[in-house]
Design a protein. Structure first.
Lengths: 318, 377
């Protein structure tokens, strides 16, 4: 089977994975375009990692089909592995090998050698900022360095498709930002990047997102599309003298759909902005709570996530 | 199997070995320690048996009998007792293992051609040594009696009538019956089995524990290449261990190497391959290093030590155990190494053992690979 050069980078069709009675991935269908940064967002246990493992050929699907770079993951795992780079949740380089030895080893297993290996090694060292530490033992590196080196080892063979499973977990915020810079560079160079995360701010960096919960895709689209699906002008930010008191006072009032704690204040989801605003002011006045700030805001990814997850839970309960 | 990927695996494993000096030291000190302890301390030879004598006869003849006990290297006369009480005491306190009591009419009975009994009292609490001590003592007394009668006869008649049948024992192979020569080559087989399986029993489980296995399996490297790469690296270590053990056997313990070194080398290579393969199989079947280590010890140490014929003869075991021992690969190697060392046995006789070892190595390697494959899916 020849790889398709024009089709989607990843095509998941009605994919399921069961472990005994537990359904980890439930009839998931997604297409990821070439060069896209595709995000998988969801809580732990939502089925993100399981899906990625199936796509990397580490797990066999229970039913459904998935192709990566045009190759079926179930029938052509070797071709798939030749075309992907994978970075697992856990740091997975060899701690007792030096930076360079790790790169050379992965070069060996990916079949990168000679001059090409030398060039790729230089690229990876530069990208990871490890040029001066090439002979350092890997276990002496800090988290951010380790993670860049792991990414470097996963892209040694210049795979068209990259799977990054929570690549930034346990890394400081500055290292996270510079890691995302790298992801953008790779995407610009034509790599397709498939990334899972539970950081909402990271979700905003993705071209497109799939929200996962309970093994299912709950919503799919670009960050802007997902926010729009909530509707604009329906979210108010409230800061008051009594956070929990305001919450109790507002719950169940007419025109108020939902109240959730957000940072130091509350996000209030409403039917109609101006009517709700006066309702809030009168309710809180009656309860003797002072309003410091009340303003309409654009929903964040977290709002989208919380709302959609709650919606999903209600659906599941009913 | 892609050679480049296998080579990359092997090189990485060698780096792991070098970077872990503790295991590296253990890999060499453990066999050396076992060889020295067993080689020096575990002797199945029985000599200088502490002996107490009680001479009731008090004649020149009984004195000569006791002198021949004193003269023998198998006995060490620790005391001449003057009654049964000191004998009791000496055996109870383990000062003596054997008591020789010469009765009052010993010399008269002997010279007059009657049965001349000598009483032997043996501490039977160590049955093996007791039996050997008893055998030596009986032999000595019998020879003494025979010679005395012949001498007496020749003095009387001027000619000697020999007893018509006389057994003369000649030992083939290990002529001096040095038990160390028998133990050390077998011990090498046991050591290699233990060290090889233990070394590799951690290597796959460690990769699962560290999460590197998952990374490895997402690359194009195949299970057979993982197994072969790991095996190749540890094979070098196993061979080095073998070399050290052989050198100790030959140069420190002076075990004679009668047979072909080439045959020894070839069969060692095959055996090491199989033992390493077993370790990888165990390791691939466990995700936890501790469990893998324990299973490795249990399945390599015990059978290799007890059921390989290294010390304990398999032929003397009950049928069920004998049947189990058929599946202990170390025994086939120990037969080879003992044969080559002590008897100079060649391929003509040992070929079947070699075939069995080869089959074992191939089977275990296949198992290890398919175990790795199963963990992929």
């Amino acid at each position: 089977m020849l790889p398709e050069t024009s089709g989607p980078a990843v095509k998941i069709d009605n994919l399921s994975k069961r472990f005994g009675d537990f359904v980890a991935v439930d009839r998931v269908s997604i297409e990821v375009h070439r060069g896209e940064i595709f995000g998988f967002l969801g809580p732990n246990g939502a089925g993100k990692s399981t899906t990625i493992r199936i796509l990397c050929g580490l797990l066999a699907p229970s039913s459904g089909r998935a192709t990566v770079g045009g190759y079926d993951v179930a029938t052509h795992p070797e071709e798939v592995r030749q075309n992907i780079g994978y970075m697992s949740q856990k740091f997975s380089l060899y701690d007792d090998l030096s930076v360079e030895e790790n790169i050379n080893f992965f070069g060996g297993v990916y079949g990168v050698m000679g001059e090409r290996l030398a060039a790729r090694r230089d690229y990876v060292l530069k990208m990871a900022g490890l040029e001066d530490r090439r002979t350092s033992m890997t276990h002496l590196l800090s988290g951010g360095w380790k993670q860049r080196l792991a990414l470097g080892c996963a892209i040694l063979h210049e795979p068209p498709i990259l799977f990054l499973d929570e690549p930034t977990s346990g890394v400081d915020p500055i290292a996270r930002v510079s890691f995302w810079d790298l992801i953008y560079q790779l995407s610009a160079a034509g790599h397709t990047v498939f990334v899972t995360t539970h950081y909402m701010d990271e979700a905003e960096y993705c071209h497109r997102l799939a929200l996962m919960g309970g093994g299912r895709v709950i919503a799919l689209g670009s960050p802007a599309e997902l926010k729009e699906s909530l509707g604009t002008g329906h979210l108010l930010n409230l800061e008051s003298s009594d956070l929990l008191g305001s919450m109790q006072a507002l719950r169940g009032r007419p025109g108020i759909e939902d109240v959730a704690v957000f940072g130091g204040g509350l996000h209030v989801k409403v039917d109609e902005e101006s009517a709700a605003e006066s309702e809030i002011r009168s309710s809180l006045n009656a309860a003797g709570i002072q309003i410091h700030k009340l303003e309409p805001i654009a929903p964040s990814m977290e709002d989208v996530f919380v709302t959609l997850m709650e919606f999903q839970d209600q659906k599941a309960a009913s | 199997m892609n050679l480049r990927r296998t080579f990359a695996m092997a090189r990485k494993e060698i780096l792991h070995i070098i970077r872990d000096p503790r295991s590296l030291i253990a890999a060499f000190s453990q066999p050396l320690l076992m060889l020295l302890i067993f080689g020096y301390a575990l002797s199945l030879d029985v000599d200088r048996i502490p002996t107490i004598v009680y001479d009731l006869d008090q004649t020149p003849l009984s004195d000569a009998l006791i002198k021949s006990f004193r003269g023998s290297r198998y006995f060490n006369v620790v005391e001449e007792a003057k009654g049964y009480h000191p004998i009791d005491n000496a055996i109870d306190t383990r000062r003596a293992l054997l008591a020789v009591v010469v009765p009052t009419d010993y010399s008269r009975n002997l010279l007059e051609g009657r049965e001349a009994a000598v009483q032997l009292l043996v501490d039977g609490s160590d049955s093996n040594t007791a039996a050997i001590a008893q055998g030596y003592a009986e032999g000595l007394i019998l020879t003494f009696a025979q010679q005395t009668r012949e001498n007496a006869q020749s003095m009387r008649t001027g000619s000697v009538i020999h007893i018509p049948v006389e057994a003369r024992v000649r030992v083939w192979y290990n002529t001096d019956l040095v038990s160390r020569d028998f133990i050390v080559p077998g011990l090498i087989g046991v050591i290699i089995m233990i060290i090889a399986s233990l070394l590799t029993s951690l290597t796959v489980a460690r990769e699962w524990e560290n999460g590197t296995m998952e990374q490895l399996l997402s690359t194009p490297v195949r299970p057979v290449e993982i197994a072969m790469g790991k095996l190749a690296a540890y094979f070098l270590l196993g061979l080095a261990d073998m070399g050290v053990a052989l050198a100790v056997a030959i140069f420190v313990f002076h075990v004679p190497l009668k047979g072909s070194p080439a045959l020894l080398l070839v069969s060692s290579c095959i055996f090491i391959f199989g033992a390493l393969g077993w370790g990888i199989f165990i390791s691939a079947s466990q995700r936890n290093q501790l469990a893998a280590y324990q299973l490795g010890t249990l399945t390599s140490f015990l059978p290799a030590f007890l059921l390989s014929g290294f010390i304990y003869s398999i032929d003397n075991m009950p049928a069920v155990i004998r049947a189990i021992a058929l599946f202990v690969p170390a025994r086939y190697f120990i037969e080879i190494i003992k044969g080559v060392f002590l008897k100079g046995t060649g391929l003509r006789i040992l070929w079947f053992n070699l075939v069995l070892l080869t089959a074992y190595a191939a089977l275990v390697f296949y198992w290890a690979t398919s175990k790795l494959k199963k963990k992929v899916a």
